[in-house]
Design a protein around this ligand. Structure first.
Ligand SMILES: NC(=O)c1ccc[n+]([C@@H]2O[C@H](COP(=O)([O-])OP(=O)(O)OC[C@H]3O[C@@H](n4cnc5c(N)ncnc54)[C@H](O)[C@@H]3O)[C@@H](O)[C@H]2O)c1
Length: 363
């Protein structure tokens, strides 16, 4: 299925969307970015999409059927509302917004316009995540009592001193950057459990000297040494859920831990078997269980030959299908809002230095 897409934001992830749109068989028809040269360069590499000077002009482009928002987090909600009011379906990069109130504005605009909002929770679209979901659905793990997601970047602060590290524009640091991916995936794999309380600890150690962080080869860079850094660069959270399930999230933008010391990915502990997998990599599902009184390794290959870009391609195939068939999106605005509410509770817990309960009305 093929649709005409308008891309707002031609930065790092905008470039990946441009490739994925083409790979999915859709057309990148229009681009807007206030950095005009960047928009022109991406348009040229993507086969000559129209470059618009303003968001309004792109949204008035009748050929555009769906809009992708690949802009700083603080712009997600206002631009989504604007696009929905202009009659467009929208794919919003994660996080959905910077606050729950902003998510509510998007949902209200979606309901008023009857347009589609799909969340960019691309980790669900990875071959390993999809295979893991099938294993869980088969009942092979039994009841899951604990699930953890870990992503420790070593030298991975995005755009140090630019919008990613400026709370006013990002809404936070690593927690709101990597957290939506990890949290959404755990909620999705564990059948959307009801979270009761959260204990979260955040750290901010690498943004300013004397941390020793002098790395300059960064996503959304180059670094601006005089720019803001008022966000966290490490976070750990424990989420207690109904049915005696707990989730744990462990993430960093930077640390001095040698690569490979702790495996990144998702680990699910079930009463019948346990499973670990790396998100987005063409790696096996490592599964352990008991047979005749012995622990056995029944690791299952995924053999997809896939990478990060394939998951984005799948996301765009799904977006085109949603737009044309008006099917419910694979990752809904409500799911985006739940992630946002839980992230907000994590920030409250980190600030209070204590566990916080999660209000049912909020999630
Ligand atoms: N799904 C993923 O794995 C993933 C990965 C990276 C980033 N992201 C998300 O994508 C979004 C963009 O991140 P990025 O890494 O591409 O950042 P970036 O800084 O590389 O690019 C952002 C782009 O938005 C443009 N922009 C700023 N204001 C704008 C406006 N008013 N209208 C249109 N464009 C505007 C900037 O000029 C820039 O080109 C963020 O929300 C981020 O969380 C998602």
């Amino acid at each position: 299925m093929s649709i005409q897409i308008g891309l707002i934001g031609a930065g790092g992830i905008g470039g990946i969307h441009a490739l994925a749109i083409e790979a999915a068989g859709s057309t990148l028809a229009a681009i807007h970015d206030p950095d005009h040269d960047r928009a022109v360069a991406l348009a040229e590499s993507a086969g000559g999409a129209r470059v618009h000077d303003s968001v309004e002009s792109l949204l008035a482009d009748d050929a555009v059927q769906g809009v992708v928002l690949a802009v700083p987090n603080c712009l997600h909600s206002p631009l989504a509302v604007q696009a929905l009011e202009a009659g467009k379906d929208v794919l919003i990069e994660k996080p959905m917004a910077t606050t729950v109130e902003e998510c509510d504005r998007v949902i209200a605009a979606r309901d008023a316009s009857q347009n589609i909002v799909q969340m960019g929770f691309v980790c669900r679209m990875a071959a390993t995540s999809m295979a893991a979901r099938k294993v869980i659905e088969s009942g092979r793990l039994g009841r899951i009592y604990h699930a953890r997601a870990t992503l420790y970047r070593r030298r991975g602060i995005p755009g140090l001193g630019r919008w990613f590290t400026d709370r006013a524009r990002s809404g936070g640091g690593v927690l709101i950057d990597l957290g939506p991916h990890l949290l959404d995936l755990l909620l999705h794999l564990c059948d959307r459990p009801r979270v009761r309380s959260i204990d979260c600890h955040t750290t901010s150690c690498f943004g300013h000297p004397p941390s020793g962080y002098r790395f300059t080869d960064m996503w959304a860079g180059p670094p601006d040494p005089d720019g803001p850094f008022d966000v966290e660069d490490g976070a750990t959270a424990l989420l207690r859920c109904d049915d005696d399930l707990s989730l744990s999230l462990n993430m960093s933008w930077a640390s001095h831990l040698p690569e490979g010391t702790i495996p990144d990915g998702v680990t699910l502990f079930g009463e019948k078997a346990a499973m670990h997998f790396e998100i987005l990599n063409d790696k096996p599902l490592i599964i352990g269980s008991e047979l005749d009184g012995e622990l056995v390794d029944t690791t299952q290959p995924v053999r997809s030959g896939e990478d990060w870009n394939t998951a984005f391609r799948r996301q765009h195939e799904r977006f085109a299908r949603n737009v044309l068939s008006r099917e419910a999106p694979s990752a809904s605005a409500e799911e985006g809002r739940t992630v946002q509410a839980l992230l907000a509770a994590m920030y409250r817990s980190a600030e209070a230095g204590a566990s916080v309960s999660v209000d049912e009305a909020l999630v």
